[in-house]
Design a protein around this ligand. Structure first.
Ligand code: SF4
Length: 312
């Protein structure tokens, strides 16, 4: 495999995809009209405390429209800027494996066949919604396209998991990663820094844990305190301390140093709709956050993997 170009001191998704597909490659977020077992009572009610009303899919397509229409609308926007790209269809909003396996298979198949330039399928889900039948569907799909599962973890700490009403445990995450890896499906772990009452060391422990499990990628972002969420209501009633930009940058650089160099860094910033975001304000300036992370790694003269103990 060709070595990815070194545009950063960490292994970015952009570089990984350009190397793999030879072209600029975009994710196109589609909404498959899923719900979530942490909202409908199957696992819990009210959802994760930070989750927005759109199930963390605020930038996905319009769920009232057909997949083909959602895709073509996004594609037209992309093509204005990059007429010649490749595409990964991404089911992001809510829990995208929470349905009958036959329905999942048909939905995923229809998505990957929307356009000849689609090279992959990303499925975002909870770790407790991946039984063997669902994994078998994903494995079958993986013989036709590049399938990746994006798995919410957020934190390995039970106290925070309970406070954030996640309604799954670290064991669920570990079990899902092991079974997906044995089906040769890469896993991207989602982690949130700055959850209430977590120390920097707790955040580093979460990253050490996912690194030891052999995930293929990570997404890290700062907790967004948003209107319409339980976290937002808690913050409004009794504001709790949030990480400053400097603190966040320092923790993320620690975490990058702990991750093996071959783990793909999908994201180090998040998107919260401006109309919903209460705090922290600095998360709106994604380029500033990214630049500060780059500057801090240069200042330390370290890079992703400088303190890692494992390689994939
Ligand atoms: S599992 Fe995902 S969709 Fe469900 S409540 Fe939590 S963040 Fe939202």
């Amino acid at each position: 495999m060709r070595k990815p170009p070194e545009t950063k001191r960490y292994h970015t998704l952009t570089d990984e995809l350009s190397t793999r597909y030879g072209k600029k490659t975009f994710k196109i977020a589609l909404d498959g009209s899923f719900t979530c077992p942490n909202r409908d009572g199957a696992k819990g009610t009210g959802g994760c405390a930070f989750c927005s009303l759109r199930g963390s899919g605020d930038f996905a397509g319009d769920r009232t429209r057909q997949l083909a229409d959602q895709f073509s609308e996004r594609l037209a926007l992309m093509k204005r800027k990059w007429p010649d790209g490749k595409y990964i269809v991404y089911f992001q909003a809510f829990t995208n494996t929470y349905a009958d396996p036959k329905h999942l298979q048909e939905l995923y198949e229809s998505a990957i066949n929307l356009d000849p330039d689609i090279v992959g399928l990303n499925v975002g889900t909870r770790p407790d919604c991946l039984d063997d039948a669902v994994v078998a569907v994903l494995k079958e799909l993986a013989s036709k396209t590049d399938v990746t599962v994006e798995l919410g973890l957020q934190t390995i700490h039970p106290g925070t998991q309970a406070a954030m009403n996640l309604c799954y445990a670290t064991d669920d995450f570990d079990d899902a990663v092991v079974r997906l890896r044995s089906a040769r499906i890469p896993v991207v772990a989602h982690v949130i820094d700055g959850l209430p009452d977590e120390t920097p060391e707790m955040m580093r422990e979460t990253i050490r844990h996912v690194a030891a499990l052999g995930v293929a990628g990570v997404k890290i972002h700062m907790l967004h305190v948003m209107n319409g969420t339980a976290v937002g209501a808690r913050y409004a009633a009794d504001p709790f301390p949030l990480l400053t930009l400097t603190e966040y940058v320092s923790i993320v650089c620690d975490q990058l140093e702990l991750l093996p160099p071959d783990v793909v860094i999908h994201r180090l910033t998040g998107d919260a709709p401006a109309a919903l975001l209460i705090a922290p304000e600095w998360t709106k300036k994604k380029f500033v956050v990214q630049n500060e992370i780059d500057k801090e790694l240069r200042r330390r003269d370290t890079r992703q993997g400088s303190k890692a103990t494992r390689s994939l």
